[in-house]
Design a protein around this ligand. Structure first.
Ligand SMILES: [Zn+2]
Length: 542
């Protein structure tokens, strides 16, 4: 009875904010509709005005929004009182109690104050004494920018605070998937720290973190309305935790931490979309062809790769996880091949293709700065090992895709009617347009087109001009409504499901598409039929 499990989203924001894409939703009404679409019965909301303008003013606006539904619970934006911009801690806590609010949130970076004991100690003392849950956003590692909107505390500062306030319950929101090695140290050390995973989509993170820290310390949140709430919900529904653990993550933990009452179930409504129906129950799409057009692989036994903790990224583990969603095939490139050593990394792919024939399809990676004889490479990877894909990669070669260094490969790809996965480069619109015009027989797949509406527009600009261009969705951002936006502008025939697994867990990416508001027919094309056509076009001859 997965559909009946109660979900309370601990991480949603409403209200207008500063720079925003015209397409990004922000209204409480949209949130409420989407919650019902997904089967999320309650949400803790905070107000953007409290973050970006003034906590007191924004909190008043929050109270107005909360009146719109008993399914909404408030998160009070707080800050230290020393500069007289906010009530002293005792008054602040009393005001929260008067409004029945049990959760406080701080934004030290946006509000430009030190997250230190000297400045925040009085406030945190009072929160701890009154058993109020504190939420902070943080955990970005390679972009510790002061103005990064969802990186409000540095983990080193959080560590010091938790050491001082050891009974204060804290939820770390929006922590990122490449910060596992940092967060692990904090989670082991501070038993009252909890993790929310809407941004921390590490491979099998639900299961791994529940094993490491206990399911009591993993809390369901969505990042709505920037992110697709369905993506986060699917992560719980489809993961392999037991029912008791899932119930804790979905709602039990946040109810225990805040004392909020369980929201009412929704009135039963017939769900017409057959894919949504299965997603709501956490069931695989068995009768449907699902092909992951953008995946990677690591070697057997790998627990991590370079900058990233990344377990279960080998051929067998990914094949196992695919069954949970009903993924029938995957197009993979070797992480090692893209990152460091194409020859060694391609061999990992070849091995997977041999062990799971028909399931794994190979993207060869070739690095022009190392290739000595292109023909030899073509013979080996395409003729002998039956790969059909090309994975040139700008971020690790710094060579623009329309540079002559790549040309022999694209000429060959054009001959075999192959498919090329193009990761964004600084000038990707120009580069992809040049290629798509010059090599009309290659299916060009623009990776990460769903990263944001701005990125989608760039990909759309290329796709409307060239029929051999496709938009692949994947990224951690799981941008809410961007799949619908791409379908509206280029049609469902030109959009492809992809996950980037095992860098990211495949489930949230899967949920993003399954919960989209496209029609079941459109979803079928994007989930598998389009990529099947692309694979079938390939003609490798000697
Ligand atoms: Zn990738």
């Amino acid at each position: 009875m997965t559909d009946e499990r109660t979900y309370i989203d601990c991480y949603a924001m409403v209200g207008k904010k500063g720079p925003k894409d015209v397409e990004t939703a922000y209204e409480t009404e949209v949130l409420l509709e989407e919650m019902e679409w997904c089967g999320i019965q309650g949400a803790l909301i905070s107000h953007s005005t409290a973050k970006e303008y003034d906590p007191i003013y924004g909190n008043r606006m929050l109270l107005r929004e909360m009146k719109k539904s008993p399914r909404l619970y408030g998160v009070w934006t707080v800050m230290p009182h020393h500069t007289r911009e906010f009530p002293n801690p005792k008054d602040a806590v009393k005001e929260m109690a008067d409004h029945g609010i049990r959760v406080a949130k701080m934004y030290p970076r946006v509000h430009r104050y030190p997250f230190s004991i000297d400045f925040c100690g009085d406030l945190l003392t009072e929160l701890e004494r009154n058993n109020i849950l504190l939420m902070v956003e943080g955990g970005h590692c390679y972009n510790p920018d002061l103005l990064e909107p969802s990186n409000q505390v540095l983990l080193s500062d959080l560590d010091a605070m938790l050491a001082r306030f050891s009974r204060l319950n804290v939820v770390l929101l929006a922590s990122r998937w490449e910060s596992t090695r940092y967060v692990n140290a904090l989670m082991r050390k501070h038993k009252h720290l909890h993790l929310e995973l809407s941004n921390h989509q590490g491979n099998r993170a639900m299961e791994v973190f529940s094993e490491w820290y206990g399911a009591d310390r993993v809390v369901f949140g969505t990042g709505a309305l920037e992110k697709s709430p369905g993506a986060a919900k699917a992560f719980v529904d489809y993961c392999t935790l037991g029912e008791e653990e899932k119930a804790k993550v979905a709602a039990g933990n946040i109810m225990r931490l805040t004392g909020i009452q369980e929201p009412k179930p929704y009135q039963k409504k017939a769900i017409k979309d057959s894919i949504l129906q299965l997603a709501r129950q956490g069931k695989p799409l068995k009768d449907l062809l699902v092909i992951d057009s953008h995946a990677h692989i690591s070697h057997d036994g790998a627990e991590g790769i370079g900058f990233l903790h990344q377990p279960y990224g080998d051929a067998k583990s990914m094949h196992d996880r695919a069954k949970l969603m009903g993924i029938d095939a995957m197009c993979i490139s070797g992480f090692l091949a893209v990152w460091t050593d194409y020859e060694e990394g391609n061999l990992v792919v070849v091995d997977a293709m041999k062990r799971f024939p028909g399931f794994y399809h190979g993207y060869a990676a070739l690095q022009p700065q190392y290739v000595k004889n292109w023909n030899k490479e073509f013979k080996l990877w395409y003729e002998k090992h039956k790969m059909g894909g090309l994975k040139p990669y700008h971020p690790r070669t710094f060579i623009p895709y329309n540079d002559k260094a790549w040309a022999p490969w694209f000429q060959y790809g054009n001959r075999i009617r192959g498919y090329a996965l193009i990761h964004p480069s600084p000038d990707v619109v120009k580069e992809a347009s040049d290629l798509a015009g010059k090599y009309p027989n290659i299916s060009f797949i623009l990776a990460h087109s769903g990263a944001s509406f701005a990125d989608a527009r760039k990909a759309i600009e290329v796709a409307v001009k060239y029929p051999n261009v496709f938009l692949e969705i994947t990224l951690t951002s799981v941008t809410y409504r961007v799949i619908e936006f791409m379908v509206k502008h280029v049609g469902a025939d030109r959009v492809l499901f992809g996950t980037d697994q095992p860098m990211r867990d495949p489930i949230p990416q899967f949920g993003w598409m399954a919960y989209s508001h496209c029609t079941p027919e459109e979803k079928k094309k994007m989930f598998g039929l389009n990529m099947q056509k692309i694979l079938k076009r390939v003609r490798i001859s000697k």
